[in-house]
Design a protein around this ligand. Structure first.
Ligand SMILES: [Zn+2]
Length: 232
């Protein structure tokens, strides 16, 4: 899961911190900070991307309009999460932790806790998977839930892109692959497939390619590192 940083609350034309009258008004600002991706499943969505309340407004009325309580979510992640109200520290979160270290992605489109996590972190990674339904597979998939299928497709696309690169390794091809990754979404899958190519990893992490990726989660060699202040 892409670790994200949405930054400070945006300012208005007078340079004042924006106060949203309705949470839906934050959507545009969130998209400009984080790109058009679900913060949980990483699906690319140019429509039907909702302002997601990390802590549900049902139980945290004071956070209904709070910038720091917002992410972006697709319909499936949003509706699975619903009004679940877990304690922040019981789960690994893309805006607090280096979630790229917490999950593993496979060819078959599944999301699992990464190998080698402590039992506590594994439990917290599993809690995120359960919260958003990221482990939904064909046998438990509703017709509207295409996350699993889309992940599989992104995997195949990334593998094909890597083969193309092997055949013709040019800066133009590398730029083209990044454009494809941006259009397809599923950032973690591209990071997984290109794990041994520092140049591609660096491009995938860059702000101008994937806005909102938390820079502090990677070292100069694009290796994922513990997030300052995070659980992983
Ligand atoms: Zn989603």
């Amino acid at each position: 899961m892409r670790p994200v940083k949405r930054g400070e609350v945006p300012v208005d034309s007078q340079g004042q911190a924006k106060q949203y009258r309705e949470y839906a008004n934050a959507r545009k600002d969130l998209i400009s900070r984080l790109g058009e991706y679900c913060s949980y499943c990483e699906m690319e969505l140019d429509a039907s991307l909702a302002v997601e309340h990390i802590q549900p407004k049902k139980y945290h009325e004071d956070l209904e309009l709070a910038w720091e309580n917002f992410l972006l979510a697709c319909t499936n992640c949003n509706s699975t999460k619903g009004d679940e109200d877990p304690a922040l520290e019981d789960i690994l979160w893309p805006h607090l932790d280096n979630t790229f270290r917490a999950f593993a992605y496979g060819e078959e489109g599944r999301v699992k806790p990464a190998e080698g996590l402590s039992s506590e972190l594994k439990r917290k990674a599993e809690a995120m998977i359960a919260l958003t339904g990221l482990a939904v597979t064909p046998d438990r998939q509703t017709a509207s839930d295409r996350r699993w299928l889309n992940r599989q497709e992104a995997w195949r696309e990334a593998v094909a892109a890597k083969e193309d690169l092997l055949e013709s390794d040019t800066p133009a091809m590398r730029r083209q692959i990044i454009r494809t990754a941006r259009a397809k979404g599923y950032w973690s899958i591209w990071m997984t497939i290109f794990h041994d190519d520092i140049d591609m990893l660096t491009r995938l992490i860059q702000q101008e390619n994937f806005a909102g990726t938390a820079q502090g989660c990677f070292d100069a060699s694009a290796e994922p590192i513990a997030r300052p202040g995070g659980q992983i």
